[in-house]
Write a protein that binds this ligand. Structure first.
Ligand code: NAP
Length: 324
């Protein structure tokens, strides 16, 4: 009786054993949760910093099937969550800090405790890239932003610059025209990556202007952004453009730092998966933008999440059927 160790009890109460642990609550994570829950695996989703992932920061999603009039990003995330929870998934507002894949069950340390997971689905998404020019970091939140849905409202009747030439830049620039008096899109080349529909909408919009073959070299301002220094890449000419806002949409980097050295990754840090969403570690799957440098759509991420959960289910079933 005297051998009872209260210390051990405390540790035990903070340690949860789960069959399927899902890191990240974007479309990939929540779709995985739905499938794993319907397989009665009682998955736990750790939300990370952004419930609903990047999709939740998108004002309107017009290309997710089933919503002919479009659907708000946050609203779609809530629907995903509700559906997964309806079948028994648990969504925890918690952040994974450390992961140990050297032995099963795998250990995931979080802000609030520790999980032992038989299988893991990594769906931690991606983070917007920075321009990495002087003034950018200092003026973030003071005129420099990476999220139009979050910050567009602050630029009512103001002049705004958007940097980038892909779908995100065009989509978000069009969104900001609701508030801003003018939106100038600056792109480093002459051709855009964005789809034709978005390009045409932007080119026809009376509030939109374009500056091509040009990069931002500095964000200028003390308390708040007042201007940008620009450089024309063809002529070398440098100029200054007054602006109240700078929105940067130049792509993303995968949130895979935590798993570095524990599984195969590409040079850019994308987790490498096969066609079954399997990573190089047994029982560990990856889905969505952490493993997808090509498509990055809500539907493709959700599809990858579903596939990862189906494969995790099969893996657990096979293990259970093998007598130990
Ligand atoms: P993206 O397609 O990779 O475009 C990034 C843009 O930023 C490119 O035009 C690139 O220029 C430019 N860029 C990159 N680094 C730069 C730098 N340091 N300085 C200046 N410009 C820089 O990224 P995205 O627009 O975020 O889209 C990512 C993926 O999500 C794409 O597959 C896209 O189709 C998808 N997406 C789809 C939708 C939709 O379907 N409605 C909406 C949003 C995103 P270059 O062109 O010269 O490389």
């Amino acid at each position: 009786i005297t051998g009872a160790t209260p210390k051990e009890d405390t540790t035990m109460s903070n340690e949860k054993h789960v069959k399927v642990l899902i890191l990240g609550s974007g479309p990939a994570g929540l779709a995985a949760a739905l499938y794993a829950a319907r397989a009665e695996l009682e998955p736990i989703v750790l939300t990370g910093m952004q419930l609903g992932g990047q999709a939740a920061l998108t004002h309107l999603i017009e290309n997710y099937p089933g919503f002919p009039g479009g659907v708000g990003g946050a609203q779609l995330g809530e629907l995903f969550q509700k559906q997964a929870e309806h079948f028994g998934a648990k969504v925890e507002f918690d952040l994974a800090n450390e992961i140990d894949l050297s032995q099963r069950p795998y250990t995931v340390k979080t802000d609030s405790g520790e999980y032992k997971a038989e299988t893991l689905i990594l769906s931690t998404g991606a983070t917007p890239l920075h321009l990495e020019v002087p003034g950018e970091v200092e003026l973030t939140g003071r005129g420099v932003s990476y999220c139009a849905t979050c910050d567009g409202w602050f630029f009512k009747d103001k002049k705004v610059v958007v940097v980038g030439g892909g779908d995100s830049a065009f989509e978000e620039a069009l969104f900001i025209t609701r508030y801003a008096s003018s939106v100038t899109l600056i792109h480093r080349r002459e051709e855009f990556r964005a789809g034709a529909i978005l390009q045409n909408r932007a080119k026809e919009h009376p509030k939109m202007n374009f500056i091509l073959n040009t990069v931002v070299t500095e964000a200028v301002g003390t308390d708040k952004l007042t201007a940008l220094k620009l450089k024309n890449l063809q002529t070398g000419e440098e100029s200054t453009l007054e602006t109240d806002g700078l929105f940067i949409f130049i792509g993303h980097a995968p949130n895979s730092q935590m798993f570095k050295g524990q599984m195969e990754m590409s040079d850019l840090g994308y987790v490498i998966v096969n066609d079954k969403m399997e990573t190089s570690v047994e029982g560990v799957y990856a889905a969505g933008e952490i493993a997808d440098p090509h498509f990055r759509q809500v539907i493709t991420s959700a599809g990858m999440g579903a596939a990862a959960a189906i494969q995790a289910t099969r893996y657990l079933e096979e293990r259970e059927s093998v007598p130990s």
